[in-house]
Write a protein that binds this ligand. Structure first.
Ligand code: ADP
Ligand code: NI
Length: 203
């Protein structure tokens, strides 16, 4: 069992870690993933302590933010070492963190229920109303166009819906995640339909 205090200490640690970042990997993203992952863990009967700590630490070794520790998850390791998390628990957390990444784990299934909950929660934060907001925030910060009806510009934010966001519902690893994804995916599709109709001046 991972001590409650370790999880409580991880919150201010991640807030400090992400202070000032605007890439969509902010501390609030982590907090949303944490809250949702713990809810999924309860519904799935996964270990809440492992899921909670993995969710809180899942982005502290992201290659975009911490390239030097991305390979060995050095920040997550150091945090757990300082907090004397026992080895088996630390390994379970590290493996869940490794299995979150969308790009690195394409097509592979999570190896534990805990990994599945954290991964689903992270992906769920990219869809629904929050997902729409994050996508346009990302596009804006990268100077991208909203949409290009000629499809000549493949980097628009609307294109990202087709490339990634609309595929996420089918990639859920847990039943609890699938239920949440179902609602969020419907919201995404409704948004797209409305957006494209407004684009053409139909609504
Ligand atoms: P992760 O590493 O968790 O998969 P990403 O860095 O790929 O996250 O994405 C972070 C957020 O930015 C997500 O909400 C994602 O949908 C959004 N995002 C990533 N790439 C794009 C893009 N090309 N256009 C719009 N949004 C994007
Ligand atoms: Ni994330």
């Amino acid at each position: 069992m991972i001590d409650r205090h370790v999880i409580e200490d991880a919150r201010p640690y991640v807030s400090d870690f992400f202070a000032g970042d605007a890439s969509g990997h902010d501390a609030w993203h982590t907090m949303r993933v944490y809250n949702l992952a713990v809810r999924l863990a309860r519904e799935e009967g996964a270990r809440e302590d492992v899921v909670a700590l993995a969710a809180l630490l899942h982005d502290v070794d992201d290659a975009k933010l911490s390239p030097d520790t991305a390979e060995d998850l050095g920040n997550a390791r150091a945090f757990m070492c300082q907090h004397e998390v026992v080895d088996d628990d630390a390994q379970a957390v590290l493996s869940a963190i490794r299995e979150v990444s969308f790009s690195k784990n394409r097509g592979t299934d999570p190896t534990s229920r805990e990994s599945a909950c954290v991964r689903d929660a992270d992906r769920l934060d990219a869809i629904g109303a929050i997902g729409v907001a994050r996508a346009f925030a990302y596009g804006g910060s990268h100077g991208r166009a909203l949409h290009d009806p000629t499809n000549a510009d493949a980097t628009t934010t609307i294109q990202h819906f087709y490339d990634k966001l609309l595929l996420l519902e089918d990639m859920m690893a847990t039943d609890a995640g699938r239920r949440v994804a179902h609602r969020r995916d419907a919201y995404l599709r409704g948004f797209l339909e409305e957006f494209l109709a407004e684009w053409d001046g139909e609504r």
